[in-house]
Ligand binder design. Structure first.
Ligand code: ADP
Length: 572
């Protein structure tokens, strides 16, 4: 072999390694190059590739033969894991000793660097096998097929070793000088194998990073619905795998599945759980629809499992973040709504105060004027109208002040169940007339609350009357009372026309009504809102157009301090 051949070989091998090919392609090409360079009939290579210990055979004549085998490995006295199988044959132990650098054989079979070689395999060699101290000396037999062979150890990394096994059918095929040259080649081969692995790993890491980057981009889309995000993520997974051409992925989340083409339940698969807030809400799985042999690569890499775990925690984070954002938006909307209502309340209260006095004067003087003797009939009727209109205006002002919480509740102990049964008494005739059935579901022994009974009565009547309006063709009105921690709940639900989102948004604004003039003033629900909030309670509405409405009112049970108790006749 010429110096020139050696350099050409080394350069070609380095190029091959840098391509980051699969294990199979690299071993095939490197073996062909070795056969061409050495003129041998067969190449055997042993080594460690990642976690895998293997033995690889390759020859072209007679007919292409390649054989890949995973080895269990044998630990030598120094604790190093060697690419050998655990059988007792002297040849296998010879390989172990060559790999360990502890071989002892007649000098004519050894090189200075610990390679073993022979030009006549019909002669067994007496070797001292240090790897197995119980059989210190054995005869190694080599079989009949090859006349010459060489076992050349090389380093794959600081930890790992490999073995180049050259075989020729010709006797006395090698010279010592050649073997020494091949020792250099074997070192180059070791470096190339390590480089190939690094390159392939780099290539994989690159794909994984691309996948994670893609996930970030999908998750960052502010308007992204969860379904779209998961659909986007599942599509990013197959390209991140070692064999994207036959990989398929599936994400299951809350029983919904998001799949890519070709996903099969039964094939070998990699999986990770999606855990949100300590609860398993779903899983991710990746499969190959073609079986991959170990020669090509490990079916799944350790890093791919880490990638899947990382993707699962990303999904969990996205979900947690989305929920937090939704809650934040809802809270902000509630705050905005409360703020708007408070501002309108202040305005309404201001106007109501200002109108209260002149109105009281109008009413007072009209009532005085009515008492004057011998009034003409027409004047008397006109004064009656002034009194009636003033009383109507006074009612509106009262409602506005209630909405603005300017009518403090006059509190006493109230049994909500009793209030419901008494309060609906007057409406029962109307229910019957309109074909509305009433369903009461009152929780027995409901704790008493400290509240203004008259105001709560007003709440109940306003809600019930609205429900009646919403069920012109009849229906069912359900009234429930419930008790939970610290609260009693009053639910008023109907099977009426329901409300659009737009109506729901404006429900508590004073004078908002969808009813005809004379039918509604738009003050019923603002009054309900004012009363409930002045009792420290909350009110929630669930409704869809065409599907009825449900108002849920929660009132605190707790006793209010003495000084907060007041009467409601401050203004009227
Ligand atoms: P009004 O009844 O005088 O219109 P409210 O403040 O009581 O005033 O109600 C405002 C609006 O809310 C109503 O006009 C109606 O559109 C809607 N609404 C209230 N309760 C219901 C209900 N139970 N079903 C459907 N719509 C309702």
């Amino acid at each position: 072999m010429m110096e020139h051949d050696f350099f050409t070989f080394a350069r070609a091998l380095a190029q091959l390694a840098n391509q980051g090919q699969t294990r199979r392609d690299f071993l095939c090409e490197a073996s062909q190059m070795l056969l061409a360079l050495t003129g041998c009939d067969e190449i055997e290579l042993r080594g460690k590739d990642g976690r895998l210990l293997f033995r690889w055979e390759f020859r072209l004549q007679p007919g292409l033969h390649r054989h890949f085998e995973i080895l269990t490995g044998v630990r030598n006295a120094a604790g190093r894991l060697l690419p050998c199988s655990n059988d007792d044959s002297a040849f296998e132990q010879l390989c172990c000793d060559v790999l360990s650098g502890s071989i002892s054989a007649p000098a004519s079979f050894l090189t200075e660097h610990g390679s073993f070689w022979t030009g006549d395999t019909s002669v067994p060699v007496k070797v001292i096998l240090r790897a197995n101290a119980s059989h210190p000396a054995q005869m190694a037999h080599f079989g009949k097929e090859y006349q010459s062979l060489a076992l050349i150890p090389f380093a794959l990394s600081t930890e790992d070793v490999g073995l180049l096994h050259l075989k020729s059918r010709q006797p006395l095929f090698f010279t010592l000088e050649q073997i020494v040259r091949y020792e250099e080649i074997a070192q180059t081969l070791g470096m190339a194998m390590a480089t190939r692995r690094t390159q392939a790993a780099l290539h994989e890491r690159n794909k994984e990073l691309k996948c994670l980057y893609g996930i970030m981009q999908v998750a960052m889309r502010p308007e992204g619905a969860l379904e779209e995000i998961l659909q986007g993520i599942v599509r990013l997974l197959p390209p991140a795998m070692q064999h994207p051409e036959c990989a398929a992925a599936r994400i299951i989340f809350d029983k919904n599945s998001y799949l890519t083409r070709g996903f099969q339940e039964s094939t070998p698969r990699l999986a990770a759980d999606i855990v949100v807030g300590g609860l398993q809400r779903g899983s991710i799985a990746v499969t190959y629809w073609e079986e991959k042999d170990a020669l090509e690569s490990d079916t799944f890499l350790e890093e791919e499992q880490s990638l899947l775990d990382a993707v699962a925690s990303q999904i969990a984070l996205i979900i947690a973040r989305q929920r937090a954002e939704r809650e934040k938006a809802k809270l902000q909307e509630q705050l905005r709504h409360a703020d708007r209502l408070a501002t309108i309340g202040q305005l309404a209260a201001g106007i109501a105060h200002e109108l209260n006095e002149p109105l009281a004067n109008i009413l007072g003087f009209a009532q005085l004027a009515r008492k004057a003797p011998e009034l003409p009939r027409q004047t008397e009727q006109d004064i009656e109208k002034i009194v009636a209109s003033s009383l109507h205006a006074r009612e509106i002002i009262k409602k506005l002040l209630t909405f603005a919480r300017q009518v403090p509740p006059s509190k006493s102990e109230v049994d909500l169940n009793q209030l419901v049964t008494h309060g609906l008494y007057f409406l029962e005739a109307r229910f019957a007339k309109q074909g509305v059935t009433l369903e009461l579901s009152l929780t027995p022994n409901l704790p008493k609350i400290t509240a203004d009974a008259t105001q709560l009565q007003q709440v109940l009547v306003n809600l019930a009357v609205n429900s009646l309006h919403a069920m012109p063709e009849g229906g069912c009105l359900t009234i429930k009372t419930l008790a939970d921690e610290g609260h009693v709940t009053l639910v008023v639900a109907d099977t009426g026309i329901g409300m659009s989102e737009e109506v729901k948004q404006q429900l508590f604004l004073p004078f908002f009504t969808t009813k005809d003039v004379g039918q509604g003033t738009g003050l019923g629900l603002p009054v309900v809102h004012g009363i409930v909030t002045s009792h420290g309670g909350t009110i929630h509405v669930n409704s869809e157009l065409g599907h009825g409405a449900r108002f849920t009112i929660k009132l605190p049970i707790g006793e209010l301090p003495e000084n907060e108790k007041s009467t409601n006749d401050e203004y009227f």
